[in-house]
Design a protein around this ligand. Structure first.
Ligand SMILES: [Zn+2]
Ligand SMILES: [Zn+2]
Length: 206
């Protein structure tokens, strides 16, 4: 936790920005400003990333190779699912359904999970695009849900950490977090105030 100057009473008069903290680059001897949310100035950040990449060259190469292999596995699984479906249709062990939107007979099978290719969804050409669109939306929704869950986890973790701070330190964080846009005062527990609290804590903790 970095020690910062006590809040000036005069701050109450003007409309202070919500987070009036100027942070400087953490690199030794550098006095430029840190990137928003970062530890270093843009120049030192780029240099640090380059250094880190050079130091971890081997691990990065392994990770890239694994990712490529995983992608190939996915592609293989999808091909295999499609091949099994085609074979089942030829052998007559599975019948083509009707388009689930309009009942048309001219259909293609869409496989969501290659391991469960028997549960292919049947759609006509016209409704294929709509079905693909719907799936993309499902994926986007799941990603948004995961992001929301991650935020709640972080909020819980940070609020618990703040509870362990000395009373004065806590009061200072709450005072900083209560600063709303354009000099407004947020009530404690208001969503924006909680978001500020988490941000302020992470800034000072960085
Ligand atoms: Zn710097
Ligand atoms: Zn259709």
């Amino acid at each position: 936790m970095r020690i910062i100057a006590p809040l000036d009473e005069l701050d109450e008069l003007g409309p202070p920005p919500p987070l009036p903290l100027i942070r400087f680059c953490g690199a030794p001897g550098c006095r430029r400003r840190a990137r928003p949310g970062g530890r270093h100035c843009p120049g030192c950040h780029t240099a640090a990333v380059r250094r880190w990449r050079a130091e971890h060259r081997r691990e990065l190469a392994v990770r890239r190779r694994d990712a490529a292999a995983a992608r190939d596995d996915d592609a293989r699984a999808r091909d295999s699912g499609r091949a099994k479906l085609a074979m089942a249709l030829r052998r007559g062990t599975l019948e083509r359904g009707r388009c689930r939107e309009c009942g048309a007979r001219e259909v293609v099978g869409l496989i969501a999970d290659p391991a469960r290719w028997r549960e292919a969804v049947w759609v006509c050409r016209e409704h294929r695009q709509a079905e693909l669109e719907r799936r993309r939306e499902d994926v986007a929704q799941r990603a948004a849900d995961a992001k929301q869950a991650a935020w709640y986890d972080e909020r819980t973790r940070v609020l618990a950490a703040i509870e362990l701070l000395p009373l004065a330190e806590r009061a200072r964080l709450h005072a900083l977090a209560a600063r709303g846009p354009a000099g407004t005062q947020l009530s404690p527990g208001a969503p924006l105030s909680v978001m500020n609290l988490v941000r302020v804590y992470k800034l000072l903790d960085a």
